[in-house]
Design a binder for this molecule. Structure first.
Ligand code: UT7
Length: 332
């Protein structure tokens, strides 16, 4: 018998204001045609003045707690994946913990940029497996548009704001695995998580400020083509790693829920997995790249519209600045 974790609910929140490509093209030397054909993005949501990462995180988390139908008081771990915290310190997670009315356990931020949600999920899964937490909430929330240089057309068109969250709970895995039964524990809960990083490529994608360097938060800088090349390579190897670790094949995966940075990167990973496009959750057209929020946002869309069903096997993968990359294989 072992203790494992399963996702029992999800939620998300998007700011009201939608900024379309056409609106962007009014003040910037760009076009809907360029943005859509290179990235698959049509629009992005933007926070209102005074709306903070903690506000988005709180709304997504509340939504997930309601969907999971748990007593929030039982949550003993709050992990917030974000590269756009409200303040340099303390961790925005502690503010969200307080907004949720929680007093138990630990709350902290995780900084792995676009891979942050997968990192947070992996940490929460390990906390639960070791008995250090029983009910965890993992949130990905970003106000990434605060970090973009609105005069740099090569980056500002790519990002959006939003938040997504999942609630994880411990369960005792007592059932003997039955590979023929999708609803057996073989496919129940988080099967495995896989994390990598390689700090040799920091300059390819970064915010060029920080408390210890410039004393400012900085703006996003990216060598798009190089990042694209690394993303395709790293995502391809991480999906292999996740499947091999579980003795599963591409055909066993019901849904691919990728980080939403660029439709062309998503397509190349789906092709590698031989996943038909109708088994890939794509939200980049509506949300753009919301960094750590993108996977839980996409997951919530596909769960709430009924595509992802109980017993389905879901593969999530992400790659981001650092570089960091990771995957999680999850039985829904
Ligand atoms: O979430 C973290 C991971 N991030 C990513 O995965 C992003 C990965 N990279 C990409 O998605 C792509 O590299 C981009 C979408 C950022 C760029 O696409 P690209 O096909 O690599 O274009 P490029 O950077 O090579 O630029 C091609 C041309 C350039 O003009 P010249 O030099 O050929 O005359 C750019 O100046 O497109 C120009 N360009 C634009 N034109 C109109 C760059 N941005 C724009 C724009 N509108 N917004």
């Amino acid at each position: 018998m072992s203790v494992r974790s399963e996702i029992i609910g999800c939620g998300s929140y998007l700011p009201e204001r939608i900024l379309t490509n056409d609106e962007l093209a009014e003040d910037l030397d760009t076009s809907d045609e360029w943005i859509y054909s290179r990235t698959g993005i049509k629009q992005r949501h933007i926070v209102a003045d005074g709306e903070l990462t903690s506000d988005l995180a709180f709304k997504a988390a509340s939504n997930a707690v309601e969907h999971a139908d748990v007593d929030a008081a039982n949550i003993d771990l709050v992990i917030l994946a974000t590269a756009t915290p409200d303040k340099t310190f303390p961790a925005t997670a502690t503010k969200v913990q307080s907004m949720l009315g929680l007093k138990n356990g630990a709350a902290f931020d995780v900084q792995a940029v676009c891979s942050g949600f997968i990192y947070g999920l992996s940490i929460a899964d390990n906390f639960i497996k070791t008995g250090q937490a029983k009910t965890a909430i993992v949130i990905g929330a970003e106000t990434f548009t605060k970090l973009v240089d609105w005069e740099d057309r090569s980056t500002c068109v790519l990002f959006g704001d939003g938040a997504g969250a999942v609630v994880l709970r411990a369960f005792e895995d007592t059932q003997a695995a039955d590979p023929s039964d999708k609803h057996s524990n073989k496919h129940r809960g988080i099967l495995s998580t896989h994390l990598h990083s390689d700090g040799n490529h920091v300059e390819l994608l970064q915010a060029n400020g920080g408390p210890a360097s410039t004393g400012t938060v900085g703006k996003v800088e990216m060598e798009g083509r190089e990042v694209f090349r690394h993303a395709v390579q790293n995502l391809s190897s991480i999906v292999d790693e996740a499947l091999e670790a579980n003795n599963l094949n591409y055909e066993d995966v019901d849904w691919l829920v990728p980080h939403q940075a660029n439709k062309r990167i998503i397509d190349s990973t789906a092709k590698k997995l031989k996943m038909p496009t109708d088994r890939v959750v794509v939200t980049v057209d509506k949300h753009a790249n919301t960094s750590a929020a993108s996977i839980p946002l996409a997951l919530d869309v596909a769960v709430k519209d009924g595509r992802i069903q109980r017993g389905d096997l879901v593969l999530m993968e992400a790659m981001g600045s650092g570089f960091t990359w990771g995957a999680a294989l999850v039985g829904w």
